[in-house]
Design a protein around this ligand. Structure first.
Ligand code: AMP
Length: 181
């Protein structure tokens, strides 16, 4: 049993682009529900986010969605989640997602996913928190980003110690094992 009670998952607002990404979002929802871990996410009914939330709910999991008012239309606020918080702006969303979570997991996504991920990485670098951050590297999706981080370190613009800010797992099956007991 892990001490982690709620996990924030960052992932795309677009539909899964490969069967492996669809599987990752579906399976992560199942795993969180099975381990009685609350899912905290961006509150959308669409895309990777919707697949993840639907899967957690279908398996009896608790799901907290946090969506800014102005995205309720475009990202379609998920009315079926356990709690849907409608917040005034992106900053409030990110802060609330941070406050409600004990760890962060990153599935495939776009620049919104990156924005959210990098805020958590940089806050951790600044010692503002020490929560686990886990990349799920489905089909090597995050390899170019991890290579960029290596390049940044090799170029002297970050300490090699930034590699300790995050963990990379090959697939979602490894996620729960990364959490502290
Ligand atoms: P994407 O990875 O681009 O598909 O976006 C994933 C999620 O990140 C969506 O719910 C976006 O609304 C959200 N997002 C994009 N930019 C930001 C931001 N600056 N702060 C918080 N969430 C964001």
């Amino acid at each position: 049993m892990t001490s982690i009670k709620a996990v924030c998952v960052y992932c795309g607002a677009r539909a899964p682009q490969t069967p492996a990404h669809l599987h990752a979002a579906t399976r992560l929802g199942e795993l969180l529900a099975a381990n009685k871990i609350t899912l905290v996410y961006g509150g959308a009914r669409i895309g990777m986010m919707g697949v993840l939330a639907d899967s957690a709910l279908k398996n009896g999991g608790k799901v907290i969605g946090i969506i800014p008012d102005h995205l309720q239309q475009s990202e379609v606020g998920h009315q079926g989640v356990t709690t849907l918080h409608i917040v005034p702006n992106m900053h409030t969303r990110k802060q609330m997602m941070f406050d409600r979570s004990d760890a962060f997991v990153v599935l495939a996504g776009g620049i919104g996913t990156l924005d959210e991920l990098f805020e958590m990485l940089t806050w951790k670098q600044l010692k503002m928190h020490n929560k686990p951050i886990i990349f799920v590297d489905t089909e090597g999706y995050w390899q170019p980003l991890l290579a960029l981080l290596d390049h940044i370190i090799e170029s002297g613009y970050a300490s090699p110690s930034i590699r300790q800010l995050y963990t990379v797992v090959r697939d979602v099956e490894g996620v729960v094992d990364c959490f502290p007991r």
